[in-house]
Design a protein around this ligand. Sequence first.
Ligand SMILES: [Zn+2]
Length: 272
Amino acid sequence: MISTIAIFVFIFGVIIGSFLNVVILRFKTGRTVGGRSFCFSCGKVLNALELIPVFSFLFQRGKCKSCKTPLSWQYPLVEIITGIVFVIVYFKTLAGFPFVSALSMVFYFAIFSILIVISVYDIRHKIVPDKLALWFASLSFVWLLATHNIFYFKTLGGLLNLLAGPILFLPFYALWRWSNGEWMGLGDGKLALGIGLLLGLAKGASAIILGFWIAAAVSLVMIGLQKIVKLNIPLLKMKSEMPFAPFLVLGTLLAYYYSPDLLSINVFLFGM
Ligand SMILES: [Zn+2]
């Protein structure tokens, strides 16, 4: 039963993922997300058979049906990743009262959809769009207020979770200022603001630490690979150009699911 629903959730995620692809491509281009999709090379309007997530890509062997221009791997990857993330959210929100679960599932679907768009946009354009970071932070803030009462925010833990956004933003802001924007863009800081509001201080800090660790591991592996097989990956020509948002988002997903406290903030504050 559970796995049948999980399969449906995965398919739903894949469909949302194909919509996210459209959002990523059309964001800031002045075009709306409405209107028919077309091939960017030959301009052919795509028919229903060419718009099936993942499958169209596989059947057409990654090429446009008319002009044979290779299609970006971004399409199937974003679709599959969104499907997987939605299944993770489904399993995470499964426990608890059904109504609350359904609501929080919808909330986290929306949150991680925004984060996926931010990640891919950062990979493509090396920038975290302000508008999306703001949506992420605002939705997280509204959710935080809606799911806690005033007494919670009068406790030390509650107050710190309320302030976690600005607290986690500060180190990024400091890095940005000290390096004149060379080590890190401010966009990652705006993302950290939302992460704090979404996860609170202990989990939010853990998400960012996990993001740094994964980014460090990945860049070490890639530098190693480059030395061995002389890969020429343009991303790595300048270290500061490596997009960081995808790693922060991955850290956020892990911290959301596993609720780690890597800095032992809760142990320090509450002895638990
Ligand atoms: Zn074409």
